[in-house]
Design a protein around this ligand. Structure first.
Ligand SMILES: Nc1ncnc2c1ncn2[C@@H]1O[C@H](COP(=O)(O)O)[C@@H](OP(=O)(O)O)[C@H]1O
Ligand SMILES: [Mg+2]
Ligand SMILES: [Mg+2]
Ligand SMILES: [Mg+2]
Length: 317
């Protein structure tokens, strides 16, 4: 039930974003200087509305809020038009006044106990604006642990990708905009760590790319890193296109957001990988809206994760 609802909601939001991407996209700047677009707002509205219909009692930790739309009628009308086109029969979104409430329902502070959804309506907004990778990411967290994750990647591969994982049931890929049977995916087998390929952010402000290059060299890796925006990185590892995703902090005071990692986390573990922070601890999704007890992210195949962790710790001593 949860999986079907989450997949359908992510498909609808991915389609909305993909439609916006066919035209010139403008963005506005949030208080932390990061960009947000009409597609981020629209995708958050359709997903939260679908969740509230299926699971009315479940709280949602979503990235965006409606403050900018309440203050700008033209912007609100643009988002409303996209939402009506993407979800014309949604009863929770029958009038424009419902739009703000749907988006603002993502304001949950997070909790260590019980169910909560983590939603990144567009992850990699900078990639979305550049015509690069971006991802619609939704995860169900129960008692601080991710139980289900769904990621829509409109630009990953010729047919896009809808990635999904449920704890204990494996990780799957299917084309994003067609109905077809999901295919099981997993990490690829590599003989030794030096044959691995890194996948990392495009943005040097999000991840310490220079340090990561030194760590790759210390592991004897000569393959150049593959850079891409968003949780498409987790998807690439899970389907065996790369082997290590490193995200080392640029600033030690930055707290990673739970919606930037929740869906990718279960995709990795269900595909045969391990995700820890740079101290080797599992990510704790029960600390509020951020991963405040974790610094950095290391995702890799089970067989090489401990080698990578050692190399990271040596480099940062
Ligand atoms: N200083 C920082 N360090 C790490 N991540 C950051 C950051 N500033 C912003 N981000 C996050 O980086 C995400 C994109 O990651 P990536 O570089 O892997 O594509 C952004 O998600 P959004 O695009 O959803 O805002 C944002 O939440
Ligand atoms: Mg953002
Ligand atoms: Mg994000
Ligand atoms: Mg986002």
């Amino acid at each position: 039930m949860e999986l079907q609802v989450a997949k359908q909601a992510v498909r609808t939001a991915s389609k909305l974003a993909h439609t916006v991407a066919q035209h010139h996209i403008s963005s506005i700047s949030k208080s932390d200087q990061s960009p947000v677009t009409v597609a981020d707002f629209g995708a958050q509205a359709v997903i939260i509305s679908a969740l509230k219909q299926a699971f009315p009692g479940d709280p949602v930790v979503g990235e965006e809020d409606a403050a900018a739309l309440r203050a700008d009628d033209t912007l609100a009308n643009k988002v409303w038009a996209l939402v009506k086109e993407a979800a014309p029969h949604d009863k929770n979104l029958s009038e424009r006044t419902n739009l703000f409430a749907a988006i603002d329902a993502g304001n949950y502070a997070g909790s260590a106990k019980g169910r909560q959804w983590a939603l990144d309506p567009i992850d990699g907004t900078k990639g979305f604006l550049r015509g690069g990778q971006y991802a619609v990411c939704l995860a169900l967290i129960v008692d601080s642990r991710v139980e289900l994750g769904v990621i829509g990647c409109p630009n990953l591969g010729p047919r896009g990708g809808l990635f999904s994982a449920v704890r204990g049931k494996g990780a799957f890929w299917e084309p994003l905009f067609e109905e077809s049977t999901p295919e099981k995916i997993s990490f690829r087998h590599i003989e030794s760590t030096k044959d691995a390929t890194f996948c990392e952010s495009v943005e040097s402000g999000h991840s310490a790319l220079d340090t990561q290059l030194k760590i790759a060299q210390s592991l004897g890796i000569s393959n150049p890193p593959v850079q891409m925006d968003s949780q498409a990185k987790y998807c690439s590892l899970a389907k065996g296109d790369a082997d290590i995703y490193l995200r080392l902090p640029v600033r030690m005071d930055y707290e990673e957001k739970i919606w930037d990692h929740a869906a990718g986390n279960i995709l990795i573990t269900e595909a045969g990988g391990v995700v820890t922070d740079m101290n080797g601890n599992l990510l704790d999704f029960g600390k509020g809206r951020t991963l405040k007890d974790n610094k950095g992210v290391i995702a890799a195949a089970k067989s090489i994760h401990s080698d990578v962790l050692k190399a990271v710790q040596k480099a940062l001593l």
